[in-house]
Design a binder for this molecule. Structure first.
Ligand code: ADP
Ligand code: ZN
Length: 194
């Protein structure tokens, strides 16, 4: 039997748009710096919402991050002493879900605390495969909620709108945008794309 490196674990933070995933990730990473541990934060290149290379929550709190094109680029950027690896906006990674899962599992087996944050569902309310896989294998999984802009209930879904109407189901899975493109909605207020 092989014993894996101590301390390794996976934490998955998921939810719909505006549920506070980035805020929660930044809160955990802030604690990491207070504990004087070394971290490496990554964000897929796709997210052009804000200045690349920085994790920014909707309320403006920031943490430095490196942009990556693939989950396979993470290892080469882990300097000596790094204990915590964070990936924000996991859903923007192009890699197949099984590769994302394998890389995160290997990092955790090697003793890293891996914290991932991202959407659990796309605009059709279909699961994002990489997040679904990591939620299954994570030591800690947290699902956050936003507030439904229609009724004020807890929102679990991200409604993509084009001129006020739901985007068609054939639209691309990824479309980068904020309040002009997406609304947080509950199950009852969510309009299923056709
Ligand atoms: P995420 O990473 O999940 O998209 P952020 O951490 O970037 O979320 O932003 C969360 C913040 O978004 C909240 O603290 C709040 O200020 C703001 N916000 C905007 N719209 C909503 C909404 N409908 N429900 C909840 N928070 C919202
Ligand atoms: Zn609602």
């Amino acid at each position: 039997m092989t014993r894996l490196a101590a301390g390794g674990r996976i934490e998955a933070i998921c939810g719909c748009m505006y549920s506070g995933k980035t805020e929660e990730l930044i809160r955990r990473l802030h604690h990491v710096t207070i504990a004087r541990q070394k971290l490496a934060a990554f964000t897929p290149r796709r997210d052009t919402r804000y200045a690349s290379g920085t994790l920014v929550s909707h309320n403006g709190v920031k943490i430095e991050a490196r942009t990556i094109d693939s989950v396979h680029n993470i290892r080469q950027h882990l300097d000596h002493g790094v204990q915590v690896v964070a990936i924000d906006e996991l859903h923007f990674l192009d890699d197949p879900a099984e590769e994302v899962r394998a890389v995160c599992q290997q990092l955790a087996d090697d003793g890293y605390r891996v914290i991932v944050a991202g959407l659990d569902q796309d605009f059709r309310a279909e699961p994002f495969p990489a997040m679904a896989a990591l939620l299954a294998v994570a030591e800690q999984a947290d699902k956050l909620y936003a507030i439904c802009v229609c009724c004020g209930a807890y929102a679990t879904r991200s409604q993509r709108l084009i001129d006020g109407a739901p985007a068609p189901t054939a639209a691309p899975t990824i479309a980068v945008g904020g309040l002009e493109l997406y609304e947080a909605r509950c199950r009852a207020c969510f309009l299923q794309p056709m």
